[in-house]
Design a protein around this ligand. Sequence first.
Ligand SMILES: [Zn+2]
Length: 412
Amino acid sequence: MRCVPGLIQAGVWSAAIRLLGVQAPMVETLDLSHIPVVDQHCHPWRRPTTSLSADEYRMLFTEGGELDVGLGVPGTVYYRWTLRELAGLLGCAAREPEVLDARAALGHDAFAARLMAAANIEAAVLDFKYAGRGAENFTVEEMSAQLGGAVTIGALRLETVLEELVLESSDAGEVEERFRARLNRETLRAENVASLKSIIAYRTGLAIEPVKRETAYGAFGTLKAEATSAGRVRIADKAFLDYFLLIALEWCATERFPIQFHTGFGDTDVSLLTGNPLQLRTVFQDGRFRNVPLVLLHAGYPFVRELSYLASVYPNVYLDLGLAIPFVATEFETIVRQALALAPSSRVLYSSDGFTIPEHFWFAAVHGRRALGTVLGELIDWNMIGREDAAEMAEQILRSNARRLYGLEPTA
Ligand SMILES: [Zn+2]
């Protein structure tokens, strides 16, 4: 066995403390439960959410898509931890069958209400065109009541818009014309959309490059043929997607409209090599886009440090904590520490990236607050920040940054 000096030292210290009967001083975890969160990236639930088999339920706790992946889920910390927390809330044993029975017996409305009471969510930005985990989802409007009366607004997924347009248009020129028409502040406001969203990381990677129109248009024939024969199309042509993403970014620049990018981990469609937020460099460096709020999702996990760096050198880069919290169960505090290592707290955002069931929304809100409270408590203990700083940072990260970004400021 290798010697680990740090561990030996820690062991010696704790033994000495035990011998002397001295209690090690506890760092205070700040209680942030009174601050409602703005869940700035999440997806609508499936309806209803309580009649799920164990196999179905397990698959909602992995980013993997193959059923075999579900076999490993009961062994993950996030799943074990969720079962334990749910058991406490439902008054049953912390085992999968008992928890599933208890949530089914309670029924969707009562179950969701119990979780949402603990989550305390004041607003949510929902990517409503995500249907990967069930087609029968609540609408953005319906999600308001589901989330306990939260304000709900939409984020428009651009790749899905493009896929619908390829299906409906007869040539690439028509796609562009209709795509540009879709990017209209009044229309989007009428549709309750407050942000654009791109999953280009899932398709052709974040290294978006300028493309000539003829090159992008050249992909239309193949895409249209697929759309016609299958009734739908999945666009994974780099020239085509880059071309239209740059149109969207130009529009965002004129309107100062936020755009969210999937970055970092996700299901197996994403290559982490091209999903690293560093790959967006062309966009960061392009002066035309300096006013575009670029919201980089999922803490860029595992590239949290890279993302924290980017948010410290580009004034329009925002670091989102979602998906990493709650999925990366043993690292919540580490993620928060790494996020705050360089990034200003004015550009760190809370979200859950919850989908399909209420659990992720609830778990991320409860434990995201706790992890943030723990890290802020440490910073106070080390005299890096004061109590007022901590209060300000918590308020910014949990809600006020997102309120400002998506125009959710209270009007009163
Ligand atoms: Zn998402």
